[in-house]
Design a protein around this ligand. Structure first.
Ligand code: ADP
Ligand code: ZN
Ligand code: MG
Length: 559
């Protein structure tokens, strides 16, 4: 198979994501009062509603509706005041009532989008030739069929007569062209078709077979605790063009959902899951190719690598004169390939119809405004503010703004500072703190590290009292003991000497001992200064200020 980089020169990849997020921060299930639980004994949080017993009546969870409206507002969707729940029928023991309650043509949130900033090496995945292609004109909407059907269904329901089921402008304008920046990075607008509300099914465990598969299993166990967990599904338009863009979109979405507090968004634990739809077409072509749908993408890396593999596989098949079948494929991370799970021959018939047990919604302006008022500052806005208010690097601002706990920690530690002093705090948070938490395997909140400690450590750095190497040592000691950095520095006699009068004798000593290297410098080998600084550091037992040593050495050698 050819490499992705080569393939993307000739072919354009078209990617759309379907992202399921469990609303893990809620107390109760979607249509009953059962507690949401993950670790409790199986089948201990069940009732007639989530077990689908005859006659049981569902009651929607208002907090779940608030969560999805917040998700929609945070992703620039239009909130649909009028929508309904539908029954999607299927027969399988993971849903005892034999249908999933989900939404129909009108979802609570429709027609949104996010701007994706793509920088670094990943930006090169979109080849230069891909800019300036007339994207806007080339939209053959993937969802055009589904959309047509949706409209028919929606128009046949009198209570939706005045609901904008489709926004013609939105549909027909296609994805806007990406904007390229001077440094090679670019911003690509990615449209979101909808976010709808649904419920999760029960968890099934197949025992006695291979790898937990149902085939060959001796028995299958069902845990209905998960049945009825509120779930939101976000569907993008097929606007993503590279695996890197898909990965970044998912990361961005995760940061937003974490910030608005609707889920713990764990791809490992499965509270945030994503299916990747991908097709390819010759560059310049405007109609869409046949797509495959990828499953088992339970990390950002898996999402990227599975799409990259699949794009290359499809290119090979087409280049050899083969055809792509519309099928669902399973990503095998260990073998780094996708394998067929099932082929789609006919459209599934779920007998979708409005649930007569659940009244249609008519969300009030007050309700929507109440949700909007509860939205915290979103990651993009926070990044902009961090850059403007503290004058720190954009990449650091971006990284910290993406995690609510880290962002709050930084703000507390950097309060009242800006410029160099704030950047010192940012450096400690992004490098030392992040590395420490990762190594210790603890969350920031449980680490016991206080913003004041990091603020004090940053001050020691900016006043040149310690070097950045020493800061690493102090950080470790401070994280373990909980002591203040000042006290640690004093107790260990670490204070860096930044007094020229005290350092000059060491410089003289080193130059006398290293006459050869001194001559090399005078002969024009500037690099040897590093060696001489190292000797000075050694002679001062690590306490001299290396920057000052450098200056004093140069002055002595050049004077
Ligand atoms: P399905 O009916 O197979 O579920 P949908 O039209 O509902 O397909 O789209 C599901 C996802 O697949 C959406 O994210 C959409 O953007 C994406 N998609 C649809 N058609 C294509 C295509 N030809 N290539 C890539 N992605 C596509
Ligand atoms: Zn229940
Ligand atoms: Mg679909």
């Amino acid at each position: 198979m050819r490499e992705l980089k080569d393939v993307l020169q000739d072919w354009e990849a078209v990617i759309g994501l379907e992202v399921h997020t469990e609303l893990t921060t809620l107390e109760t299930k979607m249509f009953c009062g059962c507690k949401l639980s993950h670790d409790d004994a199986p089948n201990t949080h069940v009732c007639p509603v989530c077990l689908g017993l005859p006659g049981a009546l569902p009651v929607p969870n208002q907090r779940a509706i608030e969560s999805i409206v917040k998700a929609g507002l945070a992703t620039n969707c239009q909130i649909q005041k009028r929508s309904m729940f539908y029954r999607k029928h299927y027969f399988y023991p993971d849903m005892a009532k034999n249908f999933q309650t989900t939404q129909g043509p009108v979802a609570f949130c429709m027609y949104g989008g996010l701007d994706l900033e793509v920088s670094g090496p990943g930006a090169a995945e979109r080849p230069t030739c891909a800019f300036g292609e007339g994207e806007a004109a080339s939209l053959a909407s993937a969802s055009a069929n589904a959309e047509g059907l949706s409209r028919q269904m929606a128009e046949s329901l009198p209570e939706y007569g005045d609901t904008p089921v489709t926004s013609e402008y939105y549909r027909e304008s296609g994805p806007a062209a990406p904007v390229r920046h001077e440094d090679g990075s670019y911003t690509a607008p990615i449209r979101i078709l909808r976010i709808h509300m649904e419920e999760d099914a029960a968890k099934m465990v197949h025992v006695g077979g291979q790898e937990g598969r149902i085939g060959g299993a001796a028995e299958s166990l069902i845990d209905y605790n998960r049945c009825g967990t509120p779930l939101i599904e976000l569907v993008t338009e097929p606007d993503l063009r590279t695996p890197e863009e898909a990965r970044l979109f998912m990361e961005k979405l995760r940061r937003i959902f974490l910030t608005i507090g609707i889920s713990d968004c764990s791809m490992e634990k499965g509270s945030m899951r994503c299916d990747g739809n991908v097709s390819i077409r010759r560059r310049g072509e405007s109609s869409l190719g046949t797509k495959t749908e990828l499953k088992n993408l339970n990390s950002f890396k898996a999402l990227h690598d599975a799409l990259a593999y699949e794009i290359c596989r499809q290119a090979e098949v087409l280049e050899q004169g083969g055809v792509i079948y519309q099928e669902t494929r399973h990503w095998e991370p260990s073998r780094k390939r996708t394998v067929v799970m099932r082929v789609k021959e006919t459209a599934d018939d779920y007998r979708l119809f409005p649930d007569p047990d659940l009244a249609p919604f008519d969300l009030s302006d007050e309700f929507i405004e109440h949700c909007r008022a509860e939205l915290p500052e979103l990651p993009d806005a926070k990044r902009e503010r961090f850059e403007a208010e503290f004058g720190i690097k954009r990449a650091d601002a971006e990284q910290m703004a993406g995690d609510p706990d880290t962002a709050a920690f930084f703000e507390a530690a950097a309060a009242g500072t800006s410029g160099k002093a704030a950047q010192a705090v940012a450096n400690l948070v992004v490098n030392e703190l992040a590395a420490y938490l990762k190594g210790a395997g603890v969350a920031l909140g449980e680490s016991g590290i206080a913003p004041a400690q990091v603020a004090s450590l940053a001050k020691l750095l900016t006043s040149d009292a310690i070097s950045s190497n020493q800061a690493h040592e102090v950080f470790e000691a401070m994280a373990k003991s909980g002591e203040d950095p000042e006290a640690i520095v004093d107790a260990r006699g670490m204070r860096q000497v930044s007094d020229a009068g005290a350092l000059q004798p060491i410089v003289d000593e080193v130059l006398a001992a290293c006459a050869d290297q001194a001559q090399q410098y005078r002969d024009g080998n500037q690099k040897v200064i590093g060696f001489l600084v190292g000797q000075c550091m050694k002679a001062s037992r690590g306490k001299g200020n290396p920057k000052l040593f450098n200056e004093l050495l140069r002055a002595s050698l050049e004077g």
